[in-house]
Design a protein around this ligand. Structure first.
Ligand SMILES: [Zn+2]
Length: 177
């Protein structure tokens, strides 16, 4: 990603351990650390909520609501923010007493404009009995639509990312459907 040292412009900068840049000429060090990201499996009872991605990477594929955790933000606050941004809906406000529960965590590589971001994806479950599309307000242009799908009917090949596929697969196995 850096072909020249951002500090001294040396071309000798090296990328090591799949995470750090070292410049042998000026001592510059930069860690391209794993980023935290979240996803949530919202169960309406019969179905779970999947989004249709409106932008690359994986435009048109299905994804769980969620996204990168912002600086100075906790995972749960980040997930609530993503739900508000992507769905126009806040699960904890909409369903008093509803809480996110950590369900699984898997690594992912999120390619964005040619740069691979290693992420640690944390997947949470939450229940929203009776939720329908009418309760949601999809405004973000990164979202092309929403699907309510019975877990047993989810085609794992339609999911955008390896980590999401593993999380939904684990959820289906957990439900024994
Ligand atoms: Zn340097």
């Amino acid at each position: 990603m850096f072909r020249y040292c951002p500090s001294c412009a040396s071309p000798n900068i090296q990328f090591t351990e799949n995470k750090r840049f070292d410049c042998p000429d000026c001592g510059f060090v930069y860690y391209h650390n794993t980023a935290a990201a979240t996803g949530c499996i919202i169960s309406t009872g019969e179905t779970i909520v999947l989004l249709v991605r409106g932008k690359d990477p994986a435009k048109g594929k299905l994804d769980l609501p969620g996204g990168f955790v912002d600086p100075a933000e906790g995972a749960l606050d980040g997930l609530r923010r993503e739900c508000r941004e992507e769905l126009g809906w806040d699960p904890e406000t909409a369903t008093p007493g509803a809480k996110f529960s950590l369900f699984a965590s898997f690594p992912n590589v999120y390619p964005y404009k040619g740069i691979p971001y290693n992420t640690c994806d944390m997947f949470f479950t939450i229940t929203a009995p009776g939720l329908t599309e009418k309760d949601l307000h999809l405004e973000a242009d990164e979202i092309a639509g929403v699907r309510f799908i019975r877990p047993a009917d989810v085609n794992l090949d339609d999911l955008a990312f390896d980590s999401t596929r593993r999380a939904v697969k684990a959820y289906i196995e957990y439900l024994h459907v």
